[in-house]
Design a protein around this ligand. Structure first.
Ligand code: GLN
Length: 553
């Protein structure tokens, strides 16, 4: 009989502080094991009460990433999919709220058979159950589990407890890594290991001894500090992995391998590496290409979230940013991104001419009325001045509104989301969504996840995808109103992608004879862009932007 596969679990915790790249470290650990030919999956644990990330403001939490099955989750899930080139599902994401919701559901359903249901051990048991389900589903050799937040925070204790229990149940199958931070205080000028020592001790007090410390710092770690961390954190010096700041996050797996991380993990977990060479030629050539491109293409992302300096914009639009990068490299260009706030275009009509300097304009997804009139002006400018334009979800809806207003002649056309009293609601609420909103039922109730679409022959979309049926991820409540389709198409805008029954408009574009690239998608193509397989629509947009750039030279 075939022996049962040995499942191995690697927990990734964070010491000292957040925001030092724990998600990318977890993804990179996964990718070096995958490069050895193992099946790898990854889970993210977020310690909030929110059941998913869908109700969270992206300016606080970063991008809401959408999975194929419609789960609205943390942006790290996007990193896992991109680094591991896998498709994950809702079993790979959990929050405190989600775990409790399930335990309470089961209790109400008498599934605990009259037992007292306790925070410990029943919550950690549920966490372990979920980790095991995700592992089985992927048939994974290795499961990477990232525990959000920082060690010492009250709210991730139950997840650490689950990790501890799993280790005590299967000592040879569980390894711990701690991504720590080593500051270099400017007045002192040298790297300090003490915060890392404290973090490791705090982890000890939760019953966990880390096996590996990934030492994030602005510069590489010297041997003296590796030895010091090893001595005080109770690990071997070679288990201290240097993780200095890098130019590109895609360098990180290669850097980890320089410190032999996959070999160390496999030896800790008693996994044989015989006949498992590192296969990462495609990854290396992607990095090489990304570093060799010099000629910059200037892309403006026009939107509303740009007025406060308090949040990191690259976090809000991380998938868009990455998707643009991959396609820029593919067409031999380097991406230069400009976040352009739409507000000034609303106040001062003359400023719209500033858009002339860009090679392409992109309007990303969004919600609500803030900045919308300015975005509409930017779209009009892009259309009239033949600057390549790419609209994602809201960006597509707004392109349809702009066209309805300024070409079809429907003055005051709008989306019901912003102006429910508009005489021409060219974008309207979907019927089944109306009921949900009346019930104030907002969490996880949009049109979410993967849906198929059919592409029309002879269109830019069809040419780009080179196929007539596509599947793309969605996250929206509103749709192009079928009442106006005939009028809008008669005026020249082509709905080149529709749902298979022809009811929902998925892509709108102008023919190439009229405009070099003016296209919007109701879905979010950015969620499917991968470093080694850039997204065809982004690539088409980049080609047009690159042509404009070359002509201007
Ligand atoms: N606000 C729009 C809707 O709900 C677009 C959403 C988005 O851009 N993701 O339909």
């Amino acid at each position: 009989m075939k022996s049962k596969k040995q499942r191995k679990y690697i927990f990734v915790t964070g010491g000292v502080m957040s925001g030092v790249g724990k998600g990318v470290a977890a993804s990179s650990i996964g990718s070096i094991l995958k490069a050895r030919g193992f099946i790898v999956t990854a889970l993210k644990i977020d310690p909030y009460i929110n059941v998913d990330a869908g109700t969270m403001n992206p300016t606080e939490h970063g991008e809401v990433f959408v999975l194929e099955d419609g789960d609205e989750c943390d942006q790290d899930m996007g990193n896992y999919e991109r680094f591991l080139n896998v498709t994950l599902s809702r079993v790979n994401y959990m929050t405190t709220g989600r775990v409790y919701q399930e335990v309470i559901r089961r209790e109400r359903n008498l599934e605990y058979k009259g037992k007292n249901v306790e925070v410990v051990p029943d919550i950690p048991f549920e966490v372990i159950r979920r980790i095991e389900i995700a592992t089985e589903k992927a048939n994974a050799d290795f499961t990477i589990i990232e525990i959000g937040g920082t060690i010492g925070e009250y709210q991730n204790m139950l997840f650490l407890e689950a990790a501890r229990m799993l280790k005590s149940k299967r000592p040879d199958d569980v390894a711990f890594t701690m991504v720590s931070y080593l500051p270099i205080p400017s007045k002192i000028g040298e790297m300090k290991t003490k915060p890392t020592q404290y973090a490791s001790r705090t982890l000890n007090s939760a019953g966990i001894q880390t096996d590996i410390i990934i030492a994030r710092a602005s510069v590489p770690l010297d041997q003296k500090r590796k030895d010091k961390i090893a001595m005080f954190c109770n690990i071997r010096p070679e288990c201290v992995i240097s993780a200095p700041d890098v130019e590109s996050i895609y360098d990180i797996p290669i850097n980890f391998e320089r410190d032999h991380l996959s070999t160390i993990l496999c030896s800790l977990l008693k996994v044989d590496l015989k006949n498992r060479p590192m296969r990462c030629a495609a990854w290396r050539s992607f990095i090489k290409r990304s570093k060799s491109v010099k000629d910059e293409v200037n892309i403006a992302v026009v939107g509303k979230y740009f007025n406060s300096g308090e949040f990191v914009l690259s976090d809000v639009y991380i998938s868009v940013l990455e998707a643009l990068k991959y396609s820029a490299y593919k067409v031999g260009k380097k991406l230069k991104l400009h976040y352009v706030s739409s507000h000034p275009f609303e106040k001062d009509a003359k400023r719209i001419g500033e858009l002339e300097q860009y090679d392409g304009i992109l309007a990303p997804g969004g919600f609500g009325s803030t900045g919308v009139e300015g975005i509409l002006k930017a779209i009009q400018y892009a259309r009239e001045h033949k600057i390549p334009y790419f609209g994602l979800c809201y960006g597509m809806q707004l392109a349809v509104i702009e066209y309805a207003r300024n070409v079809v002649g429907l003055k005051g056309a709008h989306t019901a989301e912003v102006d429910p009293k508009s005489p021409y609601k060219v974008i309207d609420i979907m019927i089944d969504q109306k009921k949900l909103m009346a019930e104030n039922n907002y969490g996880g109730t949009m049109r979410l996840g993967a849906y198929p679409a059919r592409l029309k022959k002879g269109t830019i979309a069809r040419e780009a995808y080179k196929t007539d049926t596509i599947i793309e991820r969605h996250r929206h409540r509103y749709e192009v109103n079928p009442e106006y389709i005939y009028q809008i198409e008669s005026a020249g805008l082509v709905f080149s992608g529709t749902s298979p029954d022809g009811q929902l408009m998925e892509i709108a574009e102008l023919p190439r004879e009229i405009h070099p690239f003016f296209l919007g998608s109701q879905f979010h193509p950015e969620f499917l862009a991968r470093p080694l397989s850039p997204h065809p629509l982004f690539t088409e947009f980049m080609k047009a932007a690159s042509d404009r750039h070359n002509k201007a030279k």
